[in-house]
Design a protein around this ligand. Structure first.
Ligand SMILES: Nc1ncnc2c1ncn2[C@@H]1O[C@H](COP(=O)(O)OP(=O)(O)OP(=O)(O)O)[C@@H](O)[C@H]1O
Length: 461
């Protein structure tokens, strides 16, 4: 039987709503304050809570926040205050529905049934594997990573994920959570490098109202939000040393307190941390606490760079190209042999992320169904990475010659002119004189070339 709790200081409201819900087959418990609900939560959990907003002691919105953070619910808020601020605050805090008082009993019971049905649906529909595990790879190095994920996920150990930028550390963290017993509980992330250091502490541990200027309300930190689940700390190597000390104490003692707070909080959170930096070297240099590293680095998963697993490039490239076509609603494309060869040889300082971005751009920019090495070349030029574009040009020419295409030199020159002109005009807001100066050619030359590429276009297309 569904257990529904009602919190309202108005006895009359509690009574009629409880009776209506019992008639509808619910087991109902009634509470006159938010504090009483909190106390009862120590022993059991409701399937659903209906709560008033204004009650003596803890109000309904705080109660709602408390339950949402712990994944208890759904919660329906009812109130005589139907102003936008109160209603919006309730939804923002995770309310499943908002009932205005006085209410129609039948409609209230329907709202309860609806919220319960939606919550059941959320639990029943399992995410497909494709959604949760987009981690691809066939290379020996990646197969070893998959094996490690499987083994480590089943344990409850803290994990340190290492690897260069864009190698998939975040995907691995997510996979560790999804494959663990904590799946279904919160997965919360905090990027240490993306948040100003003076805000990091309250982001991580939360703060009490009035803890510092601007802290108007109590705020739950990521630690609390992740209760029962996984907390992913990205770029942990950048964490300021003072905060490292606090994190270390929280991990060692299993306890922490909010900024400006006195009450110790106990947390059951698994920590997965990631870094692109050599954490051992940072410890030696005195930038990272050895004891904290010891707590985070219980199990380690290292992600190889893309240059160390080039045999994964075709699989990844085809996947990203198809994905971009679907997402951007474009016709599907494929790589020519020359283009794929170039992709496999190219350098990727940004690793898989760079390959992904490149494939997305090709999905948009390449003119034909089959992507040629030349299409890649025109992208590489803009990246100004050494002689990469001449390499692309070389492969394009090889491709074109092998297929017996005529007039190669003219086409290459035209492509070169057109690309340079477009880039220069774009960079100079269409101002021809400035564009010409930037390219190091006279204005007349630019005008002639512009005219030439315009004139040639109809006969080409
Ligand atoms: N093995 C993989 N299979 C499919 N996609 C991948 C793989 N590895 C990385 N990606 C994709 O590459 C991009 C970068 O991955 P992710 O953000 O996980 O890297 P990261 O190592 O956390 O990077 P950073 O250190 O810069 O934060 C994402 O879009 C991700 O989906």
């Amino acid at each position: 039987m569904t257990e529904t709790w009602i919190a309202d200081d108005d006895r009359g409201v509690r009574f009629v709503l409880a009776e209506a819900l019992r008639d509808a087959g619910h087991s109902v418990r009634e509470f006159s304050t938010g504090d009483a609900v909190r106390a009862a939560l120590a022993e059991s959990r409701p399937d659903l809570l209906v709560t008033d907003v204004r009650m003596p002691g803890e109000d309904g919105l705080h109660l709602l926040e408390y339950l949402t953070r712990r994944n208890i619910g759904p919660v329906i808020v009812m109130s005589a205050y139907t102003d936008v601020a109160t209603t919006a605050a309730a939804y923002r805090a995770g309310a499943a529905d908002y009932i205005a008082k006085p209410f129609d009993l039948d409609l209230a019971v329907q709202a309860v049934e609806r919220a319960l049905a939606a919550a059941r649906e959320e639990v029943v529909v399992p995410p497909t594997r494709a959604d949760t595990h987009p981690l691809l790879g066939e290379s020996a190095a990646m197969r070893e990573v998959f094996r490690l994920i499987g083994r480590v996920a089943a344990s409850d150990l803290n994990v340190l994920i290492t690897g260069e930028t864009g190698t998939g550390k975040e995907l691995v963290a997510r996979a560790l959570h999804d494959e663990s017993a904590r799946r279904g509980k919160p997965y919360v992330t905090l990027n240490t490098a993306a948040i100003p250091s003076d805000l990091l502490e309250s982001e991580l541990f939360g703060h009490e109202a009035g803890a510092f200027p601007g802290a108007t309300r109590r705020h739950a930190g990521r630690f609390e939000q992740a209760e029962g689940g996984t907390l992913f700390l990205d770029e942990i190597g950048d964490m300021p040393i003072a905060l490292q000390a606090r994190l270390q104490r929280a991990l060692a003692g299993g306890e922490f307190y909010r900024v400006g707070g006195r009450e110790f909080m106990r947390g059951d959170v698994r920590i997965v941390a990631a870094t692109q930096q050599d954490l051992d070297a940072r410890v030696t240099a005195g930038h990272f606490r050895a004891d904290l590293k010891h707590h985070l680095d219980v199990a380690r998963i290292h992600l190889p760079s893309l240059r160390d697993r080039r045999d994964d490039i075709p699989l990844l490239a085809k996947h990203f190209l198809a994905q971009a076509a679907t997402e951007l609603n474009l016709p599907p494309k494929r790589f020519s042999r020359g283009a794929m060869k170039l992709l496999e040889q190219r350098e990727y300082p940004g690793n898989v992320r760079e390959l992904e971005n490149l494939c997305r751009r090709l999905a948009v920019i390449a003119p034909a169904v089959e992507i040629q090495a030349g299409d890649l070349g025109s992208l590489s030029m803009g990246q100004a990475r050494g002689t990469e574009w001449t390499e692309a040009l070389r492969l394009w020419a090889q491709d074109a010659l092998a297929q017996g295409e005529p007039d190669i030199h003219n086409r290459a020159r035209e492509a070169l002119d057109k690309t340079l002109l477009q880039v220069a005009l774009l960079a100079n807001d269409g101002h021809r004189q400035n564009a010409a100066a930037a390219l190091g050619v006279g204005r007349n030359t630019l005008t002639r070339k512009l005219g030439a590429s315009r004139k040639r276009r109809p006969s080409n297309g």
